[in-house]
Design a protein around this ligand. Structure first.
Ligand SMILES: *[C@@H]1O[C@H](CO)[C@@H](O)[C@H](O)[C@H]1NC(C)=O
Ligand SMILES: *[C@@H]1O[C@H](CO)[C@@H](O)[C@H](O)[C@H]1NC(C)=O
Length: 491
């Protein structure tokens, strides 16, 4: 059986062996030995070492072959060029292949990407003052629920799952409103939907060896045959949103102009001109929200987990961060406002440094969408080519962050007076240019509120006393699996 499979596998490889045809003026192709497989293993097993080695030998940009495809890699020098040329590139095309949400959700979120970005920018990030009290209450809710008074030390396992739930409560409130977010099943659906989806997406794209499009179809097969791990979550969402939507439609009819709209995305979606209140498309509403969950929860949750581990791993900062938090807490009599939150400049700097150390090697891969793209040094890549941004090189740029750019310098941004959400040429954690993550202002605020409240109430440490380490999945980092011990801070 195994022999037969191996034979078929070799046959397939044999049939598809073709040396990649590169057009004129392409960046240099890094030599390889096995056709089709090319650099796949070196790339996936240790992205950082492999790319750094290539950079040293070939400079940038250069081409490699992964999963049967030629891809181009750029680093510190050419990433800004790519970001600037936003008409020539699109990240959406890459996501479509890697994470084919359009095959899983009934409504293709990628065609609506501008709508989603605008919604996030205007309805969430643009209304933080309005949302502030709710966000703070929701962050505290989950902290109290899971850790609470903590008179005896409490061990928390699966920190990333824990922080996803912290974020989920708040995003559920913003998306579906106060009432729906009271329900634990809603918060749980928000917290685990992304995770359940990711189990399929983060398979290495082995089928791309055969045909680039094959991977996309293979990973979405289970969904098409009725096994859809997110269907049960969407059922929960629809079940809880139905009475709310119906009630609002009713109230609008009765109250007319004196109807008071709620401040949540559900209300916003209902106010769109294509919303039909006589036959509500609940699948569409739940797909819109599922995309917000997908974009917001895992990412914010992971940043929160990283932040907590960075705090635990840097005991030299504990006193300073606590001093700042407790001074502000006294100043505002325990009633923190957005303005107070923004005064914590050490916390802000710590968060920025935590982001800088996220550890993703690639952040926003892009595909060329125009006929070609020519880098300023003359190298040209054709339409459809994926270009990977080796962002690690920028985030640890020695010319910007000093010769010890790799070390964790928690308060280095205090004197520079730069917020954690401010993007620049080397700080690429939110992508860059006009397509930079529109949810970053929200994410940074949640992180501030979370660590502020943790600082005021608890001591946190690892069970083993070791500094927690992230692990890598290909080019992406995953927070440590270590448990953390929370202890009540004595006044
Ligand atoms: C970007 O695309 C446009 C339109 O196809 C093209 O004219 C231009 O040369 C491209 N830019 C670069 C730097 O290649
Ligand atoms: C820091 O920057 C903000 C706006 O970016 C500005 O309002 C503030 O005065 C600055 N503070 C210092 C100490 O430079």
């Amino acid at each position: 059986m195994l022999a037969l499979l191996s034979f078929i596998f070799l046959l397939i490889i044999f049939i598809y062996i073709k040396s990649p045809r590169l057009s004129k003026n392409e960046p240099p192709l890094v030599p390889y030995t096995v056709p089709v497989i090319g650099h796949t293993f070196s790339y996936f097993l240790n992205t950082e070492n492999f790319i750094k080695k290539c950079l040293k030998e070939y400079g940038e940009p250069f081409n490699i072959i992964i999963f049967g495809k030629v891809v181009t890699v750029v680093a510190q020098k050419y990433i800004p060029e790519m970001i600037k040329a936003h008409e020539n590139f699109s990240s959406i095309e890459v996501f479509r292949e890697l994470i084919p949400l359009h095959l899983i959700l009934g409504h293709d979120p990628f065609v609506n990407i501008d709508f989603h970005a605008k919604t996030t920018r205007e309805q969430i990030s643009g209304k933080l003052t309005l949302h502030f009290d709710r966000i703070q209450k929701d962050v505290l809710y989950y902290l109290d629920k899971q850790i609470g008074e903590c008179n005896k030390p409490k061990s928390v396992k699966e920190i990333w799952d824990f922080t996803n739930h912290v974020t989920a409560k708040s995003i559920a409130n913003i998306c579906m409103g106060e009432e729906a977010s009271q329900h634990d099943d809603v918060v749980h659906a928000f917290a685990v939907l992304t995770d359940d989806m990711n189990k399929f997406f983060f398979l290495p794209p082995i089928f791309s060896f055969i045909h680039p499009k094959l991977h996309e179809y293979v990973i979405s097969l289970p969904f098409l045959f009725g096994f859809n791990p997110i269907a049960k979550h969407q059922k929960v969402l629809i079940n809880r949103m139905k009475p709310i939507v119906e009630n609002r439609i009713q109230q609008k009819k009765i109250l007319g102009d004196s109807y008071e709209p709620s401040n949540d995305l559900l209300e916003f979606y209902m106010s769109q001109s294509d919303f039909d209140s006589s036959s509500v498309d609940y699948n569409c509403l739940s797909d819109l929200i599922a995309f917000m969950i997908f974009a917001g929860i895992g990412t914010t949750g992971r940043s929160l987990a990283n932040l907590l581990f960075d705090y635990v791993g840097n005991p030299q900062c504990w006193d300073e961060l606590y001093e700042e938090a407790s001074t502000i807490n006294k100043e505002c009599n325990g009633k923190l406002t957005l303005n107070d939150a923004n005064k914590m400049i050490k916390l802000e700097s710590f968060i920025r440094e935590s982001f800088r150390h996220t550890g993703d090697m690639i952040i926003a891969p892009r595909a060329v969408t125009t006929d070609h793209f020519t880098f300023s040094n003359g190298f040209t890549v054709p339409k459809g080519r994926h270009v990977l941004d080796f962002s690690e090189d920028s985030l640890f740029s020695e010319s910007v962050y000093g010769p010890d750019s790799k070390s964790f310098k928690p308060f280095q941004f205090v004197s520079k007076n730069v917020s954690a959400s401010k993007i620049d040429k080397t700080y690429l954690v939110f992508g860059g240019g006009r397509h930079a993550c529109p949810g970053r202002f929200y994410a940074v605020l949640v992180m501030k509120l979370f660590l502020y409240h943790v600082l005021l109430k608890y001591h946190v440490r690892t069970e083993s006393g070791n500094i927690p380490k992230k692990s890598m999945m290909g080019p992406f980092s995953v927070p440590s699996k270590e448990s953390l011990i929370f202890e009540r801070r004595k006044e």
